[in-house]
Design a protein around this ligand. Structure first.
Ligand SMILES: C[S@@+](CC[C@H](N)C(=O)[O-])C[C@H]1O[C@@H](n2cnc3c(N)ncnc32)[C@H](O)[C@@H]1O
Length: 374
């Protein structure tokens, strides 16, 4: 069994919160759909609350284990395990309750918003309930000791300097524990979503922090808080006991020294890129009146490796070709002329993307040096 299922099942804070919320939400005789059912744990909790039928939809092969565990625990007559991507599933009836835990360390990076949107449309009755109900995302500037150690690690390996790796760390999203004492200022809200009627699957939020003391900042720390049902929330905030999610770290490397009264305006945004969700974090520091810009763009999938060597694992090597949209993008990009303005390029991009995505694509191209202004 994959290790991440073990880590999730071992996380008592997560399971106790879900169990309490399922008890409060699922009623005798309910039809329940569990999206991303994993080993079937949430489906079995729902069945234990008297659900008449539970559809446990799981895309990966862990569904085989789920089926056996469900039968072994005597729930085979209530729970149907469906080993498919939920996008390919049709059900014979609509559900009273949609449950699921598809949360990453910053909430959205496993595409929970889009998957809930699809699942609500396909599976839920109009007056049905979703569990979770809502998701909020937070960020705060931090000085992460672990990130500092990761940075110095590359200074000398058997006496060799790995600067080419070190300079890329600024664009690596890291999942590690951040202690409350490592936060430099109080957190700000970065995004808030309802899981029953969410139509926007990305964040794009600018927020400002003013520093109340001299400090070094080497990252923003992010986390989520989710309202599972009325009165029950679950979070991976550094102010709460640690869970398997730890926290997400968006590096600002090398670290920036700030003085009391200095401020930073940071725009944290996400971008759907094929199957992956990329993050951008653009900082505008005001250091005693001097403006100073920094940009971080996650260029790898948000799957954080246990070993640093995993960063260099090749991506999926299946063959690819340009889709219809890709061909249109190619036409737009190859049609750029020297007298074009960014606004006109964004306008053309927004003909095949949402305006929000066109904006993000333009910024990403500029930041990566694929597009330059002069
Ligand atoms: C965070 S795990 C949670 C597993 C289980 N519900 C639990 O609480 O232990 C999320 C699961 O969702 C599954 N998943 C992700 N996207 C899916 C999709 N589009 N359709 C079906 N399952 C999906 C993953 O394979 C993974 O097993």
């Amino acid at each position: 069994m994959e290790q991440f299922h073990y880590r999730m099942l071992e996380d008592k804070i997560r399971l106790d919160a879900y169990n309490a919320a399922i008890r409060k939400t699922v009623r005798q005789g309910d039809i329940v759909v569990d999206i991303g059912g994993g080993t079937g744990i949430l489906s079995m909790m729902a069945a234990a609350c008297g659900a008449k039928k539970v559809y446990c939809i799981e895309a990966s092969e862990i569904a085989i284990i789920a089926s056996e565990v469900v039968d072994h625990n005597g729930y085979g007559n209530v729970i149907s395990v469906i080993n498919k991507d939920l996008r390919d599933v049709e059900l014979p009836e609509r559900a009273d309750v949609l449950i699921g835990e598809i949360l990453g360390s910053f909430g959205i990076e496993e595409d929970v918003l889009k998957l809930y949107h699809i699942a609500v449309e396909k599976f839920l009755k109009d007056d049905g309930r979703t569990l979770p109900r809502a998701l909020s995302l937070f960020a705060a500037p931090t000085y992460s000791r672990i990130l500092q150690e990761m940075t110095t690690f590359w200074d000398s390996i058997s006496g060799l300097d790995y600067e080419p790796v070190k300079k890329r760390l600024e664009h690596l999203v890291v999942i590690e524990e951040v202690e409350e004492t490592e936060l430099l200022e109080a957190p700000n809200l970065i995004g808030q979503f309802s899981l029953k009627d969410c139509e926007n699957f990305d964040i794009n939020q600018t927020t400002r922090f003013t520093f109340s003391r001299n400090a070094d900042i080497n990252a923003y720390c992010g986390w989520f808080s989710t309202e599972l049902c009325e009165g029950i929330t679950l979070d991976n905030s550094p102010f709460s006991p640690q869970t398997h999610w730890k926290q997400i770290i968006f590096p600002v490397l090398p670290a920036v020294s700030v003085r009391k009264g200095d401020s930073v305006e940071v725009c944290i945004s996400s971008l759907h890129y094929g199957d992956a969700i990329l993050f951008n974090w653009f900082s505008d520091f005001n250091l005693s009146g001097e403006l100073y810009k920094r940009q971080g763009i996650s260029s790898l999938r948000l799957k954080v490796p246990d070993k640093v060597t995993d960063w260099f694992k090749p991506q999926n090597s299946s063959s690819v070709r340009l889709s219809k949209k890709g061909l249109k993008m190619r036409d737009i990009l190859s049609g750029i002329r020297v007298d074009d303005t960014l606004t006109s390029i964004k306008k053309r991009l927004s003909e095949i993307n949402t305006e929000h995505d066109a904006e993000l694509i333009t910024r990403e191209y500029l930041a990566n040096g694929w597009l330059e202004t002069f």
